[in-house]
Design a protein around this ligand. Structure first.
Ligand code: GCO
Length: 480
């Protein structure tokens, strides 16, 4: 039995995102987001799935809260649909009171149930109108002003009821998958086999820059106008997998591991904590990576009250020789599931990209803690799909021992990072409360601790992991 532990007031719970669970895309005044329009393009989503119904959570918040209560969760991280609150998105467009009210009631009900709400302002579902009007994140000045206005509407709307705010979820995904590979909305890419528009050599970096400035602008609004009276904290959520060298005896692979982390995480983390983009990125991308003007970097540096960390898995990294391709976004390297000896980094799951390696979690959070001077962390997502889960009969599928072991391994690694490596971590949200719309993978991949019977009236069936996760935390969280 491990002697590691997590701190006394540790806040654990579950995470979801608006487009992945809500459905009701045009109810009570909500307008399209870029994900609504993207899902309508044939071939973009596995099985032709859309978020039109998803888990129908728009109509089932009471059921969702009951599920949370049953697990013993202390917190719930969910995202707001910008398109519900300001359907057209812009600073001169009307606020939709009904949309805002839906979330105010959700927050009130969570608090009444003794669950702490954590709000993500943006989990990828940009109002479509802003994409049409000016290209969304590609137009920094317009995007920042509109996002700042949206954030202010939200801060005002919830006041002191909400103590945890996340500006953006995984800007890497929105920037790279949305503007380089084109796998996610708005689906822009230079790859002419997939799309007729987009420039992957510049657009992802422009989008990323806009996210950073918009994040910092919203943080300034919160700190200047709300923080003192509402007493909350605000930060950004960054995703990142751990890296191990493909050949540990090749110094170029060892070096490429750090470079991968820099391209994936420090792209956003370094400006916020260190005031500049990583040198490795500047070196490879040159002036295709935007420069910060002095006012911008003054705004961005120091703009996190906490670091929101999403983490799922690890990869082997193999360096590439020669000049990087202009569309390369990894750092001139390959990210692989197998090492030089042909061994997989972890067991197979239903997600092609996800192979668990719990020790990688401990190593990465320590690596980040060292690089950024020991910030406070909240883990905002961690979880897994299970190979073949969707094809099992219900009673078998609910016995998700693989997921239970995943949580056991990862939560144990987190407790080690806290107790043995001195990492300041105060919360954890498992991904996800329930099966939901898994973006380009549609409904074929399930991450929930609750099975959702999409065809059977949306009935929710808690899996074993929903019952076990609380026991795992109970073992680690200090009693006094
Ligand atoms: C994320 C994604 C989640 C995914 C999860 C599993 O923030 O990474 O937002 O929405 O569903 O990561 O792939």
């Amino acid at each position: 039995m491990s002697d590691s532990y997590l701190p006394k007031d540790f806040l654990w719970g579950f995470a979801t995102a608006s487009y992945q669970i809500e459905g009701a895309p045009h109810e009570d005044g909500r307008a399209d987001s870029i994900w609504d329009t993207f899902c309508r393009i044939p071939g973009k989503i596995a099985g032709g799935g859309t978020g039109d119904v998803a888990c129908d959570s728009y109509h089932r918040t009471a059921e969702d809260i009951a599920l949370l209560k049953e697990t013993g969760a202390k917190s719930y991280r969910f995202s707001l649909s910008w398109s519900r609150i300001i359907p057209l998105g812009g600073r001169n467009d009307p606020v939709n009171e009904k949309g805002l009210q839906y979330y105010v009631e959700l927050v009130d009900d969570l608090i009444a149930a003794g669950i702490v709400p954590m709000i993500t302002l943006f989990h990828w579902d940009l109002p479509e109108e802003l994409n049409k009007r000016y290209g969304g994140m590609l137009n920094k000045d317009e995007f920042v002003k509109d996002y700042e206005n949206y954030a202010r509407v939200c801060f005002k709307g919830f006041g002191s009821k909400v103590k945890y705010w996340i500006t953006f979820n995984e800007p890497w995904c929105s920037s790279i998958l949305g503007y380089s590979t084109g796998l996610f909305a708005p689906g822009r890419t230079s790859d002419r086999t997939k799309s007729a528009e987009g420039d992957s050599s510049t657009e992802p970096w422009i989008a990323g820059h806009s996210f950073l400035i918009a994040h910092a602008a919203a943080v300034k609004v919160y700190r200047d106008e709300f923080k003192a009276k509402d007493g909350g904290q605000i930060g950004i959520t960054l995703n990142g997998d751990w890296t191990e060298p493909w050949d540990p005896n090749d110094p170029a692979d060892v070096e490429a591991c750090d470079r991968k982390l820099e391209f994936a995480i420090c792209w956003f983390g370094d400006p916020i904590y260190l005031g500049k983009y990583p040198d490795s990125m500047r070196k490879q991308l040159g002036n295709r990576l935007p420069e910060f003007i002095p006012e911008e970097i003054a705004l961005v540096k120091g703009s996190n009250d906490f670091y929101g960390m999403n983490h799922y898995c690890a990869n082997y990294i193999k360096h590439k020789e020669g000049e990087a391709d202009p569309d390369d976004f990894l750092g001139n390297l390959e990210s692989l599931l197998k090492n030089k000896d042909g061994e997989f980094i972890g067991p197979e799951t239903q997600s092609f990209w996800l192979r668990p390696m719990p020790l990688g979690f401990r190593k990465l959070i320590k690596w980040l803690s060292d690089r950024y001077g020991g910030p406070t962390f909240y883990v905002t997502e961690n979880g897994t799909s299970v190979l073949g889960e969707q094809d099992l009969p219900l009673e078998k599928l609910l016995e998700d021992d693989f997921r239970v072991e995943y949580f056991r391994g990862y939560i144990g690694a987190l407790a080690d990072a806290h107790a043995k490596d001195g990492v300041d971590v105060r919360g954890y949200s498992a991904w996800s409360l329930m099966d939901n719309f898994e973006w380009a993978e549609g409904y074929e991949t399930r991450f929930g601790v609750t099975y959702v019977d999409y065809e059977g009236g949306q009935k929710r069936h808690p899996k074993k992991s929903a019952k076990e996760i609380g026991k795992i935390f109970d073992k680690y969280i200090k009693k006094e």
